[in-house]
Ligand binder design. Structure first.
Ligand code: ZN
Length: 128
């Protein structure tokens, strides 16, 4: 696949084609961050490297979208902010069932034509 994204985000999209969700981890202080930056937001170190996250998260906020905004997203659908267990907050979609704020979710992927898959989330049935 041709390179997708800019120099900072290209590794993210390259990993997405392997269904790996990666975020940056600071080698100096251990802070995880997303979106990628050239330095750590916590300690300003430039010792940031990509790591694969486990794929678990918690819904921080969500809303049901009834208006078509993007051609690949047919309403109604659930847009949500998900806090990854590693810390970063992701704007994403929830699929596969009703959810509420605070629910546990797990990573899935939405395949797209001619573009890398998008990380989305579904209710984590193993969580209680
Ligand atoms: Zn740091």
């Amino acid at each position: 696949m041709a390179e997708y994204g800019d120099a900072l985000s290209a590794p993210f999209w390259e990993a997405a084609t392997r269904h790996e969700l990666i975020v940056q981890r600071c080698g100096a202080c251990g802070h995880h961050q997303f979106y990628p930056r050239p330095y750590c937001l916590e300690c300003q170190s430039d010792d940031v490297a990509w790591v694969v996250v486990a794929g678990g998260g918690t819904i921080y906020a969500q809303t049901t979208v009834h208006i078509q905004i993007a051609p690949e997203c047919m309403p109604p659908y659930t847009a949500a902010l998900v806090d990854l267990d590693e810390g970063p907050r992701l704007l994403t979609n929830i699929v596969g069932g009703e959810t509420q704020i605070g629910d546990r979710v797990r990573l899935m992927w939405r395949e797209r034509n001619d573009e890398p898959p998008l990380p989305i989330f579904a209710p984590d049935s193993s969580a209680s």
